[in-house]
Write a protein that binds this ligand. Structure first.
Ligand code: FAD
Ligand code: NAP
Ligand code: SF4
Length: 669
């Protein structure tokens, strides 16, 4: 038992399994499920089992073609697939973990032509109207779940997780919103829960005893037309009676207009929803969502809200999360910052998932940090995310690394990002880098602006330029006025704009700066009750701001290009930022030409019409230019120079790219 986290490391029995700790690695669709052979999935999950996760769940595998998430997505419905899956179970078992296969039928959420659902009602987030399932389809699908469970047992899985939340097929049967049937599979609560219960019974009958059935239930739906809470409680009791041995929590349908895992959600904000089921059931309950640190997990367990905690993305960020917590080295855990940029957003755009803070995740067999054949003396210039990642990875390979940082602290732009509401967790990424740099002997020179002549004089074998960016300064009359400032000055606290603010730019930093001006200190990012008031209470989400749209007394945003602002924001999170600014009544002006700035404000022309955007302050968020002045003199001196992150290219740059480039470069140095 870990003295720091006694509850987390108290063993627990789940079905026939004795688990050494109470951490479940939750299911994630990584894209590795769809790669033939499943060797990469085995490597990914095996690493997490070696890292101490007691029970792991694979990404979703459909039991039948109609249930696939998209064309080409994984199903597990044929005996010849068993050998591939054995690779997965063997890797996890050799790593000391136990593994469940997630069986998922997407129903109307599928992204392909042949989708089915209880009723022919299109999902707001899917392109296709589903075909209404016939009674025969329903019986076939139940049989398919059972057959997949049987194949899973043959492949060595310790059980299955039946996906019954998030708005997928089983949820669609449960909810009046999506189930308009009048036969025995729809109508009354008992009829609507018949399909998922029959699935569970069939799986138990096919797989027999000593095979865990976990069910992921929707403890909170966050959509209209969902089952009543009392109905869901009754359903949970029925699940237990039908043979379910552990109940995992699902929060919100994918179409729900409420953030459920993004930075806007406070830590463990939904554990209370899981706790509602405690008194009604005797099987273990698993809490989920926004649990990303061992102390948060411990607090959920200590409060008696659940018997286990599920973490998914934290295992992308750090395969050794559990082992580090157990060894009292939580300070060395690479924390998931809930950005969704390299996981969910990758999946949604058809790429294999990875992780912004850990680009090795899901690339275990591709991005390998093997010991260097010939250790070198390497200078890394700039301790932003890219430089930190490069220095860390290079020293892990055995190189002698000196890291130069002009500022008095490591972090680069993350020191600005961490001030944005919801992004305080970015500070944890910086904390993560401290122990490995210090303990492995990287020489960190803070407050030192590296110069070419000094780098040349010190005789480095190679220089990694991670010197980041310079904020772009547009050039038009008045831009140097006393009422004009940049996001750097605002976010670093040097300038505190008061009164009416106009933001030049509509990109990620402009959105963040607006949120900083409007929501700094907002309790909804840290307090579950405040979050509920902001996001969940009826009519809050799309409620017009006081005074009507575009009437924020504080902030106006403006950009030159046409079309909606914020198109560069992440697919899975951009809508949250747009909704927040809408709620504040921020006016967004697009298609503007900048004329001049004077004491009255920013003068623009839109569609030939002149307008003055009245402002006390104008904050420039007009993009960034690469900063790589050292490259030419170093190259002229014959020193190999490698540019990464902002120093290489600023357009479209984000931290994921900077960190990935740092690690990829270090793997080849
Ligand atoms: P930087 O972070 O710019 O770091 C460069 C470092 O080099 C600086 O510390 C600088 O002082 C140092 N340096 C420069 N010259 C020298 C020299 N000669 N000697 C020594 N040191 C030197 N990205 C995301 O992915 N997701 C987000 O949510 C996100 N939010 C953001 C919010 C804000 C408000 C801002 C400003 C940025 C945000 N970003 C975000 C962008 C992200 O921070 C950058 O893409 C990332 O920091 C770039 O990393 P880098 O290592 O290339 O450079
Ligand atoms: P950006 O997203 O590229 O946006 C730059 C903005 O500046 C655009 O709205 C652009 O609009 C405007 N602009 C460009 N050139 C201009 C000029 N010459 N004069 C006036 N306006 C100009 O860049 P950013 O906001 O600076 O962000 C930098 C990077 O950080 C981004 O690539 C982003 O990935 C990352 N970031 C990510 C997040 C996140 O949440 N994921 C948050 C913050 C930052 P017009 O050209 O239409 O005027
Ligand atoms: Fe977490 Fe971001 Fe990594 Fe996804 S990409 S696992 S949200 S840190």
């Amino acid at each position: 038992m870990s003295p720091a986290y006694p509850k987390l490391f108290t063993p627990i029995r789940v079905g026939h399994l004795e688990l050494a700790n109470r951490v479940l690695m939750g299911s994630m669709h990584t894209g590795l499920e769809d790669i033939p052979g499943l060797a990469r999935l085995a490597a990914f999950l095996g690493a997490r089992a070696r890292g101490g996760a007691a029970l792991l769940v694979t990404g979703g595998f459909s039991p039948i073609a109609a249930g696939r998430l998209k064309d080409g997505a994984a199903s597990f419905d044929a005996p010849e697939q068993v050998a591939d899956h054995r690779r997965v179970t063997q890797a996890v078992h050799e790593g000391g973990g136990r593994v469940l296969l997630q069986v998922l039928h997407a129903g109307r959420y599928g992204y392909h032509a042949d989708i089915v659902a209880p009723s022919a009602i299109k999902a707001p987030i899917a392109p296709t109207v589903p075909r209404e399932m016939t009674a025969a389809d329903i019986e076939d699908t139940i049989a398919a779940f059972a057959a997949t469970a049987s194949l899973a047992k043959q492949a060595g899985y310790d059980g299955v997780e039946i996906m019954g939340s998030e708005g997928y097929l089983l949820t669609q049967f449960l909810a009046p919103r999506t189930n308009h049937r009048s036969d025995e599979w729809g109508g009354s609560p008992a009829n609507r829960m018949r399909f998922p219960l029959e699935v569970v019974r069939a799986v138990r009958a096919a797989a027999g005893p000593d095979f865990v059935i976990m069910f992921r239930i929707s403890v909170l739906d966050l959509v209209e037309g969902a089952p009543e809470p009392a109905e869901t409680l009754a359903f949970a009791r029925e699940l237990e009676a039908a043979g379910v041995e552990v109940l995992n929590s699902g929060i919100g349908w994918h179409e729900a207009p409420v953030p459920t895992i993004a930075q806007a959600v406070p830590p463990a904000a939904f554990a209370r929803e899981t706790a509602r089921f405690k008194a009604a059931l005797s099987i273990p309950l698993v809490a989920s969502n926004r649990i990303n640190m061992p102390e948060i997990a411990e607090a959920v367990l200590a409060a008696g809200q659940a018997d286990m905690v599920s973490m998914a993305r934290p295992f992308l960020a750090d395969a050794d999360f559990v082992a580090k917590a157990g060894a009292g080295r939580a300070d060395t855990i690479n924390i998931c910052i809930a950005c969704n940029q390299s996981c969910l957003d990758h999946y949604f755009t058809g790429k294999v998932t990875s992780c912004l803070v850990n680009p090795v995740a899901c690339f275990e067999t591709e991005l390998v940090l093997a010991p260097a054949a010939r250790p070198k003396k390497i200078a890394v210039v700039g301790a932003g995310p890219g430089g930190l990642a490069a220095a860390d990875a290079a020293q892990r390979r055995g190189h002698a690394v000196t890291l130069f940082e002009a500022a008095g602290e490591i972090g680069g732009q993350f020191n600005l990002a961490k001030r944005i509401p919801g992004k305080a967790v970015f500070a944890d990424t910086l904390l993560y880098f401290r122990p490995p740099l210090a303990e492995a002997g990287v020489e960190v020179r803070l407050g030192v602006r590296a110069e070419a002549k000094d780098l040349i004089a010190e005789g480095f074998d190679a220089v990694v330029l991670a010197t980041g960016i310079t904020p772009r300064r547009p050039n038009f009359p008045g831009i140097d006025g006393a009422n004009v400032t940049s996001y750097v000055d605002v976010l670093s606290g040097r300038v505190k704009p008061e009164g009416r603010v106009v933001i030049i730019g509509g990109g990620g930093i402009a959105f963040d700066t607006a949120l900083y001006l409007l929501e700094a200190g907002d309790a909804s990012f840290t307090d579950a009750d405040a979050f509920r008031t902001t996001w969940i209470e009826p009519a809050k989400i799309d409620a017009p701001p006081v005074g009507g749209p575009g009437t924020s007394p504080g902030v106006t945003m403006v950009q030159r290009s046409q079309g909606a602002m914020g198109r560069s924001l992440g697919k899975s999170t951009g809508w949250i930022h747009r909704a927040a600014l809408r709620r504040h009544g921020v006016r967004q002006v697009t298609g503007a030409a900048y004329e001049r700035i004077d004491d009255a404000g920013l003068h623009i022309v839109v569609e030939g019409k002149a307008e003055c955007l009245a402002a006390d302050w104008i904050v420039v968020c007009a993009g960034q230019e690469p900063q790589a002045d050292l490259a030419a003199p170093l190259a002229a001196a014959g020193i190999p120079v490698h540019r990464i992150g902002g120093a290489k290219a600023a357009s479209g740059l984000d931290a994921a790219q900077a960190i990935r480039e740092g690690v990829e470069l270090a793997s080849n140095l």
